[in-house]
Design a protein around this ligand. Sequence first.
Ligand code: PLP
Length: 381
Amino acid sequence: MAYRIETKCIHGEEKVEKAHSFGAVSVPIYQTATFAHPGVGSSTGFDYSRESNPTRAELERIVSSLEGAADTVACTTGMAAIALCLELLEEGSHIVCTDDLYGGSVRLFTELGKKRGLSFSYVDTSDAALVEKSICQNTKALYIETPSNPTMKVTDLRAMKKLADQKGLLLIVDNTFLTPYFQNPLALGADLVVHSGTKFLGGHNDTLAGFLCTSRKDLAEKIRFLYKTVGCCLSPFDSFLLIRGIKTLSVRLEKQQSNALGLAKWLKQQEKVRQVYYVGLEEHPGHAVNRTQASGYGSMISFRVDSPQTAVNLLERIQLISYAESLGGTESLLTYPMLQTHGDVPIDVREKLGITDTFLRLSVGIENIEDLKQDLAQALA
Ligand SMILES: *Cc1c(COP(=O)(O)O)cnc(C)c1O
């Protein structure tokens, strides 16, 4: 029997607890570096924890099941997973990326990617014609974030798949913002999905993690080789925290999304708020496309206020919501992308994207929405 997504968050494709020692319902934390061999030339299936570990393997099984992946590797951070993904590309490759990527990805691409002989074009991938124009002789991949970070542009994944097929490109999607609960890029034809597991999947702002998932067996083999070679593997304890976090992914996301929709509508009515960017609002330019490829809108809102002073006041006066980087957890966080997540993005690029001193990003948690409104209202007053 094929399980539905909420069940998969807890059990993956099948319930395997009978395999755990003593029938433990929660997977044990196998805090061990190495595994004794039963005899010469034989193995328990685990040899050394850099390569694989039973707790981490359980986590990878569940994420593979959620994403519909042939294989998933669990990494120390989202950036480690993205860096591993870049290792799949030959020297001289050109990559077309979404223009408002996560700032850390831009830093990795410009600083380290360049050293490896990779080049990048940043385009508004919500416009498929622009993407097609940016593809050149040595283009090897499309690297997409949808909705994008932080301006919430939506890219048509089916259109990207069509281009990727025509030109023989890898389609890579950072699925951090919607998670497999709302969006399955591999099912739409992507070759690779990356995640910051630190965000919604972990979900509690208490640890860092990353995932690289693939639908292709040939890529899975290459990734496993790179993974054990580079050694960016998630620890057994952090793997346990991620397994625990993912169990409640469906209930958290439903609550976060309904809070986000309520707050987006409320923010629109506030005198000092000039513009609200939330994919769940019908007037959002990406709303219709998002509907065709995802089952939800997530809980990330960006908004513009009337002056830099209002932005600073908000950040300094909020009491329930924290002024902090990161997103996706149970706690609501307010971010100043210009100084924080996108601080390393060149100023001209940032200004062009609209990431200015009046632009804020809100990750909506699972608190009571009236308490969140009250906090924002007193900070905006
Ligand atoms: C946070 C984030 C990353 C990086 O993940 P870390 O776990 O912080 O290394 C990558 N992509 C997106 C969209 C993110 O939000």
